[in-house]
Design a binder for this molecule. Structure first.
Ligand SMILES: [Zn+2]
Length: 78
């Protein structure tokens, strides 16, 4: 994957979607970007750079959206 310094439209969409849920991996709350530990224990955590979000967060958000879309379709059907 290309670095987030120059994110593609897809990556920005993925990131936006991932931000709608909390991350179970790094415990970032919804609306806040994923973080990774610093290179040394003394260094503070820093934002994840190489990916839009942790993989499990992206997966979780994608699954949730699919469920919501399925629900919507069911509600629209009389
Ligand atoms: Zn995360």
């Amino acid at each position: 994957m290309t670095p987030m310094r120059n994110p593609s439209f897809d990556q920005m969409q993925t990131r936006q979607l991932a931000l709608t849920v909390a991350c179970r991996y790094c415990h970032a709350p919804a609306g806040e970007p994923c973080t990774v530990p610093g290179r040394t224990p003394a260094e503070p955590r820093r934002p994840l750079e190489n990916f839009p979000a942790h993989h499990c967060r992206t997966n979780h958000a994608t699954r949730l959206r699919r469920l919501q879309q399925a629900d919507q379709q069911r509600n629209e059907t009389p």
